[in-house]
Design a protein around this ligand. Sequence first.
Ligand code: HEC
Length: 106
Amino acid sequence: MLLRTLHIAVALCALSPVAHGQTSSAIVRGQEIAERACAGCHAINGRQGSTILGTDVPSFRAIAARPNQTPQRLQGFIMTPHRPMPGIPLTLAEINDVAAYILSLK
Ligand code: HEC
């Protein structure tokens, strides 16, 4: 199923300008990671976000829209645990992918 999605993504990328291909597959992987590791708290795909310990969890769309948001900032934030958001064990590659996905929501 995922493989098929990736194949479609790859096929679509073949039609778009060079260099775009790598970015879009990162976004596809990032979305998959976000569904698994982040969707419990953050609103993604139009679903409702939640509140934990009295803190409203910002939606990924709102996070993407912050002024001066950059992949570096996002990556740094995801790597640094801070309450009430737990430290999430992801590889550097996964963090890059999730950051690419979040920024794609802009
Ligand atoms: C247990 C709930 C929870 C999970 C799971 C979670 N987060 Fe968060 N996240 C939060 C909360 C709460 C905040 C707001 C923290 C604050 O306001 O200081 C937050 C804030 C953030 C921010 C910063 C938003 C800003 O203010 O600019 C980013 C980026 C972020 N989360 C990314 C992620 C990613 C990526 C994942 C999955 C890999 C994830 N979070 C999983 C609860 C969670």
